[in-house]
Design a protein around this ligand. Structure first.
Ligand code: AMP
Ligand code: MG
Length: 492
C-alpha cells in the first residue's frame, strides 16, 4: 500500500503576485493512464517516487486530484509573437500546481500542461496531444543531459480522450518542472497595463527568486536586467554550440531564469546550414538557427522597455543605462559561444586566431553540408589516429585536411596529451542527440500504436548523450537521405 503523495508546497507566486494569475481548477480526465514518470527528478524535488508512481500519482498528474497544499492557477502574460504584440496571452492550457523546494534548496514550479481550459484559453481547447507532450518530455530531458538549462518533465499521462487538431489525436497532460514560469512576456503583461507598481512587484519577486545578489546593487533593477541578459546569452550560446533550434522564440517563450522553455516546433539541426528552419509556421525564417542570437537581443530589448520606469525616474537616463546593457549582449553572447566552440575543438587556452579557426571549419561544414553533431564528435578520433572518420564526411576531404593541419598546430600550443584532449572533447560533443527521424518514430509509435517501447529506448539513450554504447549505433546516425525537408508543427 502506497502512502499518499506529499508535496510540501510553498506557493510564493500565488502569495506575492496578485493580478498576475487567475485561480482555476483542472478539467477531469476520463480514463487516464501513466505514460512516463521521472523517478530521478521526483527525488530531486524531495518527492516520494514510489508514492507518485501509482494510482494516487496518476490522479494528480491527470488533474483529477489536487494534492494537499496545491493552489491551481493560470499565469497571466503578454508577448511578442513573430514580432507582433499580444497584450494578453497567459496559460491557456497550463496550470501551476505550486512550488516546492528541491534538494539543492532551489524553488521549482510544478505545472500541468494540457489540463483544460483556463480564463486565458481564448479560442483554444486547453488540451495537448500525446505526440507534443512526449516531444517536450524527451527533448527537455535530452537538453538537461546535455547540460543545457531547461524545464523538465516529471510525468506524462494520456487522458483517454481525443483532442481535435487536423485529425483526432489522443490527449495527454505533461507535468512540467521549472525554476519558474516567469517570462519576458510576464513583464510585458504588467507594462502593457501601464501599471508601474505591478511591474515593480514582479521585478522584486523575480530578483528575490532568481537573482538575489542584484538586490544589493547600486541600481537593483538595472543589475537584474544585466543578470537576465547574462543567463539568456549563456543559454543561447549553448543552443548554438549543440545545433539546437528552438523554433518559436516569442517573448512569451523566453524565461527570466535562463531556462529553455516550450518545446513546440524545436529540433536539432542535422546538416550544418545556418539558415535552417524546421517550423512550418516560421515562413520567413525569423527563428532560423543563425538568427537566434539576434532574436535574443531583440527579446531582451522588449524586457528592457518594461523596466524603464524602475531603472531611473528620469526616462532618458533610464533608457541610456538600459541601452548600455543591451549593447553588451552581443559581445557577451560571442564570448560564451567562443568558449563553448573552443572546448568543442579541444582548446582550453585562448588565442586571438581561435575564432577564425572555428569559423573556417564551420564554413567548410556549410559548403559540404555535413552533419553538425558527427563532425564535432568525430574530430576527437583524429587525435586517436583515425582521421578518416571525420574527413570522409566532407565533400572535399582535402580542404578539411588543410584545416586540420592548422588545428593540430594550434593544439600543439596547448601541450596536452592527445588522448586527454580527445576525452575532454568527447565530454562536450554529444554522440547522441534527439535525431529528428528517431523522435518522430518514437512519437508515432506512442501516439498511433500506444507503444511506448521506442520512446523509452530513445529516452534512455538521450539521458547519456556523451557515452558511446555498443549496439546504439543507429541512434548516432543521421536520418537516411530523403528529398522531403523535415518540418515541425507547433505543439497546440
Ligand atoms: P505556445 O505556442 O505553446 O507557446 O502558446 C502560445 C499561447 O497560446 C499561450 O498563451 C498558450 O497558453 C496558448 N495556447 C496554445 N495552445 C492552446 C490550446 N490548445 N488551448 C488554449 N490555449 C492555447
Ligand atoms: Mg509558450
Amino acid at each position: 500500500m502506497n502512502s499518499q503523495p506529499q508535496f510540501n508546497f510553498d506557493n510564493s507566486y500565488a502569495r506575492s503576485l496578485e493580478g498576475f494569475f487567475e485561480f482555476c481548477p483542472a478539467e477531469r480526465a476520463v480514463a487516464p493512464t501513466l505514460l512516463q514518470f521521472n523517478h530521478a527528478l521526483a527525488k530531486e524535488l524531495r518527492l516520494d517516487p514510489m508514492a507518485l508512481d501509482s494510482e494516487a500519482g496518476l490522479a494528480i498528474f491527470s488533474g483529477n486530484a489536487t494534492p494537499e497544499g496545491a493552489q491551481t492557477l493560470a499565469q497571466a502574460y503578454a508577448g511578442h509573437q513573430f514580432g507582433g504584440f499580444s497584450p494578453q496571452l497567459g496559460d491557456g492550457r497550463a496550470l501551476l500546481l505550486g512550488e516546492v523546494i528541491d534538494t539543492q534548496q532551489q524553488r521549482r514550479d510544478i505545472q500541468l500542461k494540457g489540463s483544460g481550459r483556463t480564463p486565458f484559453s481564448r479560442g483554444g481547447d486547453g488540451k495537448a496531444a500525446v505526440g507534443p507532450v512526449l516531444r517536450e518530455y524527451l527533448i527537455g530531458e535530452a537538453m538537461h543531459a546535455l547540460g543545457v538549462p531547461t524545464t523538465r518533465a516529471l510525468a506524462a499521462v494520456a487522458t483517454g480522450t481525443d483532442v481535435y487538431r487536423e485529425r483526432p489525436l489522443p490527449g495527454a497532460i505533461l507535468t512540467r518542472v521549472s525554476a519558474s514560469h516567469i517570462r519576458v512576456g510576464t513583464f510585458q503583461y504588467g507594462a502593457a497595463r501601464g501599471d508601474v507598481d505591478k511591474v515593480r512587484k514582479l521585478a522584486d519577486y523575480a530578483i528575490e527568486r532568481h537573482y538575489p545578489e542584484t538586490a544589493d546593487a547600486k541600481n537593483p533593477y538595472l543589475a537584474f536586467f544585466a543578470a537576465v541578459t547574462d543567463a539568456q546569452a549563456a543559454l543561447i550560446a549553448r543552443w548554438m554550440n549543440i545545433g539546437f533550434i528552438h523554433g518559436v522564440m516569442n517573448t512569451d517563450n523566453m524565461t527570466i531564469s535562463g531556462e529553455t522553455i516550450d518545446y513546440g516546433p524545436c529540433a536539432f539541426m542535422d546538416n550544418y546550414s545556418p539558415e535552417t528552419v524546421f517550423s512550418s509556421i516560421d515562413q520567413h525564417g525569423r527563428y532560423a538557427y543563425a538568427k537566434q542570437p539576434e532574436i535574443l537581443i531583440w527579446n531582451l530589448a522588449r524586457l528592457a522597455e518594461t523596466l524603464i520606469p524602475l531603472v531611473d525616474p528620469e526616462k532618458e537616463r533610464a533608457i541610456e543605462l538600459l541601452t548600455e546593457t543591451i549593447e553588451c549582449i552581443q559581445p557577451l553572447y560571442e564570448s560564451y559561444w567562443l568558449t563553448g566552440m573552443r572546448s568543442k575543438i579541444g582548446l582550453s587556452t585562448e588565442n586571438e586566431n581561435d575564432q577564425q579557426l572555428i569559423n573556417n571549419l564551420l564554413k567548410l561544414m556549410n559548403e559540404g553540408s555535413v552533419d553538425f553533431t558527427l563532425v564535432f564528435r568525430r574530430l576527437s578520433q583524429t587525435l586517436r589516429g583515425d582521421s578518416d572518420a571525420v574527413r570522409n564526411l566532407f565533400e572535399n576531404p582535402n580542404a578539411f585536411d588543410t584545416w586540420a593541419q592548422g588545428w593540430h598546430k594550434r593544439l600543439e600550443q596547448e601541450g596536452v596529451v592527445a588522448e586527454n584532449t580527445a576525452q575532454a572533447m568527447d565530454r562536450v560533443n554529444p554522440i547522441y542527440i534527439p535525431r529528428n527521424h528517431k523522435v518522430e518514430e518514437a512519437l508515432a509509435a506512442a501516439s498511433d500504436e500506444k507503444d511506448m517501447t521506442p520512446f523509452s529506448k530513445l529516452l534512455t539513450v538521450l539521458c547519456h548523450p556523451f557515452d558511446e554504447v555498443a549496439g546504439n549505433e543507429t541512434f548516432a546516425e543521421p536520418a537516411p537521405a530523403t528529398n522531403i525537408p523535415y518540418q515541425t508543427f507547433c505543439g497546440t
